[in-house]
Design a protein around this ligand. Structure first.
Ligand SMILES: [Zn+2]
Length: 284
């Protein structure tokens, strides 16, 4: 450094000193500018971190609210619906939605020969369940009463706009290999009332006669982390009943021989659940 200083004065002195002066002023300004810049940067960083914090907070809120949304059907499933909401004004005791699976272009499963359609079995038993519930002075809303295609969204919409206390979806099963028996599906969060409804239905069907009790199951076949849409998006206690396997002759025969008895058992189980769980109070 000293060497440089010693050398520098040998150059043109006035220029040198002017330059020196200039540099000094510039450095002062640069320092001031730097301090200002640092202050601005610190300010911006603080602002950004505050914003990020706020956004994170907002996202967290969103997460929790969406989680609540996802769980809402389950929570409401377990909650008692106010009497004023569930009591129909036509003198019936309460409302139930019966969902005959598939329909129209969606035939569902078939038997081995492809001549027997799940959609027809579903509608057949659903109409009988409707009849038995009406005999008990229960109002029944059917998601379909004829051979028409109804989307899953619409089925859930019908249910959620119905003031129904219970939703039951009726299906028949299919498997490539040997399989037989009845199983009932409930939301994977295992809501108590839904589970009780499913178990009551299964017990009723067992009482009529089934090849095998495949139990109350949670979630979706092959994936317990997802749910059947009709269980996921209906706001009331719900379950999906698989009334035997389409490819199993014994199950088909039992279904044909006992269709009305199965329907009566399902209707009785629904009524029993609504009464036991006090979804509607003071039921006869
Ligand atoms: Zn089905």
């Amino acid at each position: 450094m000293d060497e440089e200083r010693n050398v520098q004065p040998q150059r043109g002195q006035p220029v040198r000193s002017r330059r020196k002066k200039k540099y000094k002023i510039l450095w002062d300004r640069v320092i001031v500018a730097l301090v200002a810049l640092i202050a601005v940067i610190v300010g911006i960083v603080m602002l950004i971190s505050a914003l990020v914090g706020a956004i994170k907070g907002a996202l967290k809120k969103d997460d929790s609210s969406s989680a609540v949304k996802v769980q809402a059907p389950v929570v409401s499933s377990q909650q008692e619906v106010p009497e004023s909401v569930v009591q129909p004004d036509d003198g019936t005791l309460f409302t139930v939605v019966i969902d005959a699976g598939h329909g129209g272009e969606d035939v569902g499963s078939t038997d081995f020969d492809g001549v027997r359609y799940e959609k027809e079995d579903c509608l057949r038993v659903a109409k009988l369940v409707e009849k038995h519930l009406k005999d008990m002075n229960v109002k029944v809303i059917m998601t379909r009463s004829e051979d028409v295609y109804v989307t899953l969204d619409d089925r859930c919409k019908i249910a959620n706009e119905s003031n129904a206390v219970v939703f039951v979806s009726l299906h028949r099963n299919y498997f490539d290999e040997e399989a037989q028996g009845v199983e009932v599906w409930v939301h994977n969060e295992k809501p108590e009332t839904d589970t009780a409804l499913a178990q009551n239905i299964l017990d009723g069907l067992k009482g009529v006669g089934i090849t095998q009790d495949r139990g109350v199951n949670f979630g979706y076949r092959g994936n317990e982390y997802v749910n059947y849409q009709v269980n996921r998006e209906t706001n009331m206690p719900s379950c999906l009943v698989e009334l035997g396997f389409m490819q199993d002759e014994q199950d088909n025969k039992l279904f044909d021989d006992n269709c009305d008895a199965y329907a009566k058992a399902i209707a009785d189980a629904i009524y029993k659940t609504v009464k036991e769980r006090e979804l509607v109070k003071n039921l006869p």
